[in-house]
Design a protein around this ligand. Structure first.
Ligand SMILES: [Zn+2]
Ligand SMILES: [Zn+2]
Length: 279
């Protein structure tokens, strides 16, 4: 009995110790990522980017405050699951995390980052489809979609269940793929930035003269913005391939992208104007 109590006290003190170290990193990631994109795109560059604004209206303060406080709860959940599952897994030797890149070399480092991002995209797409099922939507995903016109602060605005589903990805993938601290760091920075940018309301991705996205295999801001405008399409996080494979990409996605970058799609308007280029 006494050993069980000691073991429990040890585990509790380990989790508490890890939590106080992990919480500030999760918090800072959100504050710097969402706050940085909001400051740069939605405040400092808003006039310069006026020609790239996707919607006429901007989110109001009430919405952004709600998103911020919901995101604080998500940060606490991410840190808790990170401490218990990742920290506990590393301590128990079930999860391997190399301190540096040298242990497995640079080629593995590149593979490591790509694998984390590609697998996270798959995890996100399929769990996102799952939580859109009518029976699960209300409990798990409704809060995120309360932001009909999103802002960078929407990035972590999740119901508790959605936050848990998102947090479970890292322990599972780290169990499967031996990873290094620097690779996890790059993955998390990329995740936060793509997430905040995807909700910023301005199309920041480059376009061809034809009005098509230069990187059509990446989800643009318009791609995720359309998901908030009309749920039921565009479930992908980083890449467009799952939506295309499963035929869940919004049928008007390319038209909406061209509209957001103020270009005629595939020169359709050029033809209408007798061959004169309109850019
Ligand atoms: Zn959704
Ligand atoms: Zn969203």
């Amino acid at each position: 009995m006494e050993t069980a109590i000691t073991a429990f006290a040890d585990a509790a003190s380990f989790v508490a110790g890890t939590y106080v170290r992990v919480l500030p990193t999760d918090l800072l990631r959100y504050l710097i990522g969402a706050g940085g994109v909001y400051l740069m795109v939605n405040l400092l560059l808003r006039r310069a980017l006026a020609g790239r604004k996707i919607r006429d209206k901007s989110p109001d303060g009430v919405q952004m405050r709600r998103e911020f406080w919901a995101s604080m709860r998500t940060v606490a959940i991410f840190a808790l699951i990170g401490s218990v599952l990742v920290g506990g897994g590393i301590k128990a030797g079930v999860i391997e995390v190399d301190a540096g890149i040298a242990a497995r070399g640079w080629a593995y480092f590149a593979f490591n980052i790509a694998a984390l991002i590609i697998l996270h995209d798959a995890w996100f797409y399929w769990t996102h489809r799952l939580i859109h099922l009518p029976r699960l939507f209300r409990r798990l995903h409704r809060l995120h979609h309360k932001s009909y016109n999103p802002s960078p602060w929407t990035s972590y605005s999740f119901n508790v269940g959605e936050a848990v589903i998102n947090a479970l990805f890292l322990p599972i993938v780290l169990f499967l793929i031996p990873s290094s601290g620097p690779a996890i760091f790059v993955f998390l920075v990329h995740m936060m930035l793509r997430n905040a940018i995807g909700h910023c309301g301005y199309e920041l991705f480059p376009s061809w003269r034809s009005g098509r996205p230069v990187f059509d295999w990446l989800t643009s801001v318009t791609h995720h913005d359309l998901h908030h405008a009309q749920a039921g399409w565009n479930y992908g996080l980083y890449f467009t391939w799952w939506d295309r494979l499963m035929e869940t990409e919004h049928p008007l996605y390319h038209e909406k992208f061209a509209e957001a970058v103020r270009k005629p799609l595939d020169g359709s308007a050029v033809k209408a104007l007798g061959g004169r280029q309109v850019v």
